[in-house]
Design a protein around this ligand. Structure first.
Ligand code: XMP
Length: 506
C-alpha cells in the first residue's frame, strides 16, 4: 500500500482517488500522526499544503528517517519542504504561479517521466518557488518560468514535483503517478472491488466469528452495501433495523423494505412515525429539529437493538471521507450544520463498532455494491439527509405538510427519472416553503403555499452548482404539482450554488 501524508491541501483526497483509480490501495494520514511504517508500505506521497515552508508554524515531518528506505514523492508543498530543509532554498515567487504550464525540459530516461513527452501540460498552484536545490539534488523537469518543476535526490528513490499530477489539467498526471507507483514503488494494480469484497468478507468472518451485529439501514447506498457485506460474512447473525421516521419520501419505506427483504437480509421494520412527529411538534429551529430527530432515532434504535439477544457489535456504513475529515490537519472546521455520521450513536449502547466501508470513497462503495449485485435503484439513489423531509419543510413539521411535500417531491423525482436526467443530477428534492402567496384557480382566488425545486451537480456535496434543467421539464413539473397537490399554487426553482448557499435549505 501507499501512504499519503496530508499537510492540509484541498487536493489530498484527490491524490488518493487517483491512486485508487489505478487499482492500488492507499491511505491518507495527517503528517503529525504517521502510523507505524511496516513492510506493507511500498511508498510515501507528501501532499500539498496551504502553508508556506517559510512560516514559523509550517508542518514538519521526519523525512530523513524514510528517504533512504522507501520511495517518496513530494508534491507541491511536499517538494518545497524537502528542498528547503535539505540544503536548498524556497522563496516567495514574485508572481503567484497558478494555472497551466508546459514542461519544456524533461531529463531523458528518468523513470518518473516514462512516456511523458516534452511539452506536456501541467497544473501549477503555488505562491512559493524553489529557488535553489542542494548539490546532490538533480532537476528532472522544468517549465519556462519554474526551473525546478521536478527533481530527484541523486542515487535515491526520492522524487518531488512542484505541479499537481492529481488534477486533470495535468494531462500526463496519471501516467506520472503510475510510473511512481508501479515502476518505482513496485505496487501491483490488483486492488479491485472483487478483491476488496473477498478480503473484507474474510476479515469480517475472522473478526466477528459467531457474534451478532445490529445495523441501522437507511435506504441509502452506504448502509445497504455495508449490510450486504456483513450478511455475506455472517448471515443471519446480522440483524438489520429500518426505522420509518415519517420523514422519508413517498412510499419509500415500503419499497426499500421490500427490496431489502428480496436481498435476503434479516431485517426488522419499525413504524415510529408518531414518535418523531410528537418530538418535532412546534419546533422551528433547524438544529433543534435535527437534535430531536437524532434523539428519537437513538431511542427507537436502542429499543429495537435490545430485542436482539446477546448482540455485541454495531455495524455502520461510515465511509472514508467521514473518517479523514475527522482527523483533518486543519482541525475540526466550524460547525455549519450538525451532520452526524461519525460517532453518531451514544456510548450507552456499549457496542463495539464494525465499519466495513471505512476505507472506501463513495464511488468505490457504488462499485463494490454493483459487484455484490445490489439493486441499481438503491446504488444510484441521490443522497438523502438523515433528518429527511424535516429539513426540507421550513419551520415546524406537521404530518399534513409532510404529506404535501411527499406528493410534490414524488412528481418531481418521477419526472426527472422519466426524462432520463435523474442519474445526471447529484441530488434533487423539493422544499416546502412557509410562505403563502395569492393565486387564481378557475374563478377562485387561492392563498396557498410555495414549493421550491432544488437540483444540484456535485462530486462530494462539499461544493455544488445548481443544475440547468430544461425549461420544458420544469414547466411540466410545475404544472403537475400545481394541478395535483392540494395546498400548493406556486412552484419556484432554486438557482443558488454552494457556496455561498448550501444544498439543503436548513
Ligand atoms: P448541505 O446542506 O450542508 O448538504 O450543503 C451537504 C450534503 O449533506 C446532506 N445533509 C445531511 N445529511 N444529516 C445528514 O445525514 C444532516 O443533518 C444533513 N444536512 C445536510 C445534504 O443532503 C447534502 O447531501
Amino acid at each position: 500500500k501507499i501512504l499519503i501524508l496530508d499537510f492540509g491541501s484541498q487536493f489530498t483526497q484527490l491524490i488518493a482517488r487517483r491512486v485508487r483509480e489505478l487499482n492500488i490501495y492507499c491511505e491518507i494520514h495527517p503528517f503529525n500522526k504517521v502510523p507505524v511504517i511496516d513492510e506493507s508500505v511500498q511508498g510515501i506521497i507528501l501532499s500539498g499544503s496551504p502553508y508556506s515552508v517559510r512560516q514559523e508554524d509550517a508542518p514538519h515531518f521526519d523525512f530523513v528517517k524514510h528517504h533512504t528506505t522507501l520511495p517518496i514523492l513530494g508534491v507541491c508543498y511536499g517538494a518545497q519542504y524537502i528542498a528547503h530543509f535539505h540544503g536548498g532554498e524556497v522563496l516567495a515567487s514574485s508572481t503567484r504561479e497558478y494555472g497551466r504550464a508546459n514542461l519544456d525540459y524533461i531529463k531523458e530516461g528518468n523513470p518518473l517521466f516514462k512516456d511523458v513527452l516534452k511539452g506536456s501540460q501541467v497544473w501549477m498552484s503555488h505562491g512559493d518557488t524553489i529557488a535553489r536545490i542542494a548539490d546532490n539534488f538533480e532537476i528532472i523537469a522544468s517549465t519556462d518560468s519554474v526551473e525546478v518543476a521536478a527533481y530527484q535526490i541523486t542515487g535515491t528513490q526520492t522524487y518531488a514535483i512542484q505541479f499537481h499530477p492529481e488534477v486533470t489539467h495535468s494531462t500526463d498526471g496519471k501516467q506520472l503517478l503510475q510510473n511512481f507507483l508501479v515502476d518505482i514503488c513496485g505496487c501491483s494494480q490488483d486492488w479491485t472491488p472483487d478483491s476488496f469484497i473477498e478480503t473484507t468478507i474474510a476479515e469480517l468472518k475472522a473478526k466477528l466469528g459467531d457474534d451478532k451485529v445490529v445495523l441501522g439501514l437507511s435506504g441509502g447506498v452506504d448502509s445497504s452495501v455495508a449490510a450486504v457485506l456483513l450478511h455475506q460474512a455472517i448471515g443471519a447473525n446480522l440483524h438489520c433495523i429500518f426505522v420509518d421516521n415519517g420523514l422519508l419520501r413517498k412510499d419509500e419505506y415500503q419499497s426499500v423494505l421490500d427490496s431489502y427483504q428480496h436481498m435476503g437480509l434479516n431485517i426488522k421494520g419499525i413504524d415510529a412515525k408518531q414518535r418523531f412527529y410528537d418530538a418535532l411538534a412546534g419546533l422551528t429551529d433547524p438544529e433543534k429539529k435535527r437534535k430531536a430527530i437524532g434523539r428519537v432515532f437513538i431511542e427507537v434504535f436502542d429499543d429495537a437493538a435490545h430485542e436482539v439477544q446477546g448482540v455485541s457489535w454495531l455495524g455502520q456504513g461510515t465511509i472514508y471521507p467521514d473518517v479523514i475529515e475527522s482527523v483533518s490537519v486543519k482541525g475540526p472546521s466550524a460547525t455549519i450544520k450538525s451532520h452526524h455520521n461519525v460517532g453518531g450513536l451514544p456510548d450507552f449502547m456499549k457496542l463495539k463498532v464494525v465499519e466495513p466501508l471505512n476505507t472506501l470513497f463513495k464511488d468505490e462503495v457504488r462499485r463494490v455494491g454493483a459487484a455484490l449485485g445490489i439493486d441499481p435503484n438503491i446504488l444510484g439513489r441521490h443522497p438523502f439527509p438523515g433528518p429527511g423531509l424535516a429539513i426540507r419543510i421550513l419551520g415546524d413539521i406537521t404530518p399534513e405538510k409532510v404529506d404535501i411535500l411527499q406528493q410534490a417531491d414524488a412528481i418531481y423525482i418521477n419526472n426527472l427519472r422519466s426524462a432520463g436526467v435523474y442519474d445526471k443530477v447529484w441530488q434533487a428534492g423539493a422544499i416546502y416553503l412557509p410562505v403563502q402567496s395569492v393565486g387564481v384557480m378557475g374563478d377562485e382566488r387561492t392563498y396557498e403555499n410555495v414549493i421550491c425545486l432544488r437540483a444540484v451537480e456535485s462530486l462530494d456535496g462539499m461544493t455544488a452548482d445548481w443544475c440547468h434543467l430544461p425549461y420544458s421539464l420544469l414547466a411540466k413539473i410545475s404544472n403537475e404539482i400545481i394541478n395535483n397537490v392540494k395546498g400548493i399554487n406556486r412552484v419556484v426553482y432554486d438557482i443558488s450554488s454552494k457556496p455561498p448557499a448550501t444544498i439543503e435549505w436548513e
